[in-house]
Design a protein around this ligand. Structure first.
Ligand code: ADP
Ligand code: ZN
Length: 735
């Protein structure tokens, strides 16, 4: 990696470090080797060809499928002072000519084109006069018929390669399936091109699935957590989009709808308003999202079940591109599953099979009793075995233990039977709870022996149980009428031949949302100053007709509101502030920070590595807001802090610190051994026996070593010593 690339990362883009794989990819491209880059949405693909473009002497041609995406990228690059242009039909004659001259005159470093434009004779003529060093193909899965977004125009690119024999070809996509990957490689004749597949784990996304009880209330409660912050709510149908966006608007939220039934003009108006922070929330069908690069989307909610895991992941991937915490909530109901099943049943056998596989995978995720990231990442062919991700509902909240629900199930099923298998669960629950509802009396159900026998559970609890009974196949719901009927399995329960075990929440899941998303408050920046900086950003953006994030990302403003930089030098330390932006905007932002700090006697805080100064511990915690927790913990530990101090800083238990450090090393970070060996309470010789056991049985899973030691060493001790073992691995190996 030439030093130049790193300098560009800092000076132009204002970033301190490469993300995983970026450095290797850039290296490859600079060596003119073909690469296929597979990274999740928001993973940082663009930088992989943008930095080489600035190192190369010639031109980098970027193929992009949508004009809106091109415009956005070009705008962002220009703000950074990078000479990037596009050539397409959205330009006026004058603009087109000017851009073409910039390319011909070797001034432009990046040229953005639609795939069909590349092979036009005038374009080939223009490009034959300059040196093309790199051909970057964004959204490369569009070339594959196996991909979810095949675009015939992309097939033409196959011919285009031959015109640029000396250029490195970089194909980039967020679609991970091996079939599509292979197809891209073959189509582009990337002989021996190297594949770089990044982890699909987006650590800053909090993933939650909640039972859909009362979706409107749940939605209102959820979005209440995100005052003034952008979010997307996905619905299944246009009708749902319309009605939900109406309801939210009536509740005082700033909302616009987006679906294929709206006119083009209205759709782009709504999208633009969202991008420019003029509207807070978009309620949309899946038609929304492609071509949106907005980095500060703080939540994505699925009001209905998504189509499959791939779409789900792509949709939630639109949250938190800036790397700050974002929250993803999926409202899950078996009624929605039934609806999907109903549609699947209409398909022909081959399609049915695939659709069922997709549905099963989705259910495996939604019903997961282990960390959500396991089924999710497993789907993308990735192994995820960290014990706790600390960013999903299962890991953070945990599920209540399973309890015996047999009697409740018998009550429920018997009530289904006695009401003639003609009612839905709400009515059954009313009868069980002895409700005085009119409908109950109309049907004379207050006379039934099951009337009022279920008063010991709340309505919510009964709903939760009813969902599980349906899911366990004790009863079935009619798709059209919603009525519930017993199955054979249900009869077995009634007869006392089958036990039912399940979960019963003492409290409502939805309330947990609030707790979970308050993790954002963890960032601990000055909210008031952030608001002022945000206003300034909006004014500047409006004045030059660009989206606010093109000026600075939220993360940049958050850092300003954390460190209070008041000089050019310290401003340059802030994430996302390169030389050009510093020149351009220092005069607009620094005075705001200065006044703010003067009035409150706040001092500037250094954004230095933790080891550099004896900063107080709270600042250490606050300062590292953008990074995943295990990275902060690992970095801080490496800087010399003790495990005990780290427990204090983050207010976490020793086992949690060990877990974080473990994750840190297995992701390939070096870890100092420090006092790890000594915090184990085992006698010295026994410690050595454990380490030898790891040598023999491996330490990826602890059970083999645990068994090899005849269960004499607790898992907690094993975890400590495993950490020592891993930290030591790079070293002498001499225990
Ligand atoms: P993708 O194209 O993979 O969806 P982008 O290239 O748009 O993702 O990158 C997502 C965000 O991450 C952008 O705001 C980008 O500037 C930022 N980013 C990329 N690389 C880095 C890095 N090394 N450090 C910090 N931020 C980065
Ligand atoms: Zn988890």
């Amino acid at each position: 990696m030439p030093e130049q690339a790193r300098t560009i990362l800092k000076n132009v883009f204002g970033y301190d470090q490469f993300r995983p794989l970026q450095a290797q990819i850039i290296d490859h491209i600079l060596n003119r080797q073909d690469v296929l880059v597979v990274m999740p949405t928001g993973g940082g693909k663009s930088l992989c060809y943008q930095i080489p473009a600035l190192v190369f002497g010639g031109l980098t041609v970027v193929i992009s499928p949508l004009i809106s995406l091109m415009k956005d990228q070009v705008e962002q690059l220009r703000q950074l002072g990078v000479p990037a242009v596009m050539l397409n039909s959205s330009l006026s004659m004058d603009e087109y000519r000017r851009n073409r001259d910039l390319v011909a005159g070797n001034t432009a470093k990046l040229l953005y084109l639609a795939p069909e434009a590349l092979l036009k004779s005038n374009m080939l003529e223009l490009l034959s006069t300059v040196k093309v060093d790199c051909l970057a193909i964004d959204e490369a899965h569009c070339i594959s018929q196996w991909g979810h977004d095949f675009r015939p125009e992309y097939r033409q690119l196959i011919k285009a390669r031959a015109n640029f024999p000396h250029a490195a070809c970089a194909a980039l996509t967020a679609t991970a399936t091996p079939r599509v990957r292979q197809d891209i490689q073959n189509s582009l004749e990337m002989n021996g091109g190297k594949e770089f597949v990044a982890s699909f784990n987006r650590e800053n996304l909090f993933i939650q699935v909640a039972p859909k009880d009362n979706p409107l209330d749940q939605t209102l409660q959820f979005i209440d957590n995100f005052e003034n912050q952008s979010g997307i709510i996905y619905c299944h149908s246009r009708k749902q989009v319309e009605s939900l966006s109406d309801r939210l608007t009536r509740n005082g939220f700033s909302v616009k709808p987006y679906h294929a039934g709206l006119s083009d003009a209205e759709r782009s108006r709504n999208q633009e308003a969202f991008i420019r922070d003029d509207v807070q929330i978009i309620v949309a069908t899946i038609a929304f999202g492609m071509g949106i690069d907005k980095p500060n989307v703080r939540f994505v909610q699925h009001y209905d079940l998504p189509k499959n895991i791939e779409s789900y992941y792509q949709e939630i991937g639109r949250a938190g591109r800036d790397g700050l915490q974002a929250h993803c909530l999926l409202l899950f109901s078996y009624a929605d599953v039934q609806k999907i099943k109903y549609f699947i049943d209409q398909k022909d056998p081959a399609e049915k099979r695939i659709a069922n596989i997709h549905l099963t995978a989705l259910l495996r995720f939604a019903e997961s009793e282990v960390c959500r990231r396991m089924p999710l990442l497993h789907y993308f062919g990735e192994k995820y075995d960290t014990e706790k991700c600390h960013a999903c509902d299962i890991c953070e909240g945990g599920r209540p233990e399973k309890i015996d629900l047999t009697i409740a199930a018998q009550k429920f099923l018997s009530c289904v039977k006695r009401t003639g298998e003609r009612f839905g669960s709400n009515h059954i629950i009313d009868v069980l709870r002895g409700s005085k509802a009119k409908r109950v009396f109309q049907h004379r159900h207050e006379k039934l022996s099951t009337y009022g026998i279920g008063e010991d559970f709340s309505k919510k609890q009964w709903q939760q149980m009813a969902r599980q009974f349906l899911h366990k196949g004790l009863a079935e719901q009619d798709m059209e009428f919603g009525s519930i009927k017993l199955t054979w399995k249900g009869w077995d329960v009634l007869k006392g031949n089958l036990e039912v075990w399940g979960q019963l929440d003492p409290e409502q899941k939805v309330e947990k949302v609030v707790v979970a998303s308050q993790r954002n408050a963890d960032l601990n920046f000055n909210v008031e100053l952030f608001g002022m900086l945000r206003e300034k950003r909006k004014a500047l953006a409006d004045a030059s007709g660009v989206p606010p994030y093109v000026i600075f990302s939220d993360k940049t403003l958050v850092e300003m509101a954390t460190y209070f930089p008041q000089s050019r030098e310290t401003l340059l330390d802030i994430h996302g502030v390169g030389a050009v932006k510093c020149d351009k905007y220092a005069a607009s932002f620094i005075p705001i920070i200065e006044t703010f700090c003067r009035e409150r006697s706040f001092a500037e805080r250094p954004k230095k590595p933790y080891r550099a100064s004896p900063v107080n511990l709270r600042t250490v915690k606050n300062a590292q807001s953008g990074k995943p927790r295990h990275i902060h913990v690992g970095d801080i530990f490496n800087s010399g802090r003790s495990i005990e101090e780290i427990m204090d800083i983050f207010n976490i238990k020793q086992t949690t610190v060990i877990e974080h450090l473990n994750k840190y090393v297995i992701q390939g970070h070096k870890l100092r051994c420090g006092e790890i060996f000594t915090i184990s309470r085992l006698p010295e010789d026994q410690k050595k026996v454990v380490l030898k056991a790891f040598d023999k049985c491996g330490c990826e899973y602890l059970k083999p070593a645990f068994d090899a030691l005849n269960g004499a060493v607790s898992y907690d001790e094993l975890k400590i010593l495993r950490l020592y073992y891993l930290a030591n691995k790079g070293g002498s190996g001499d225990y």
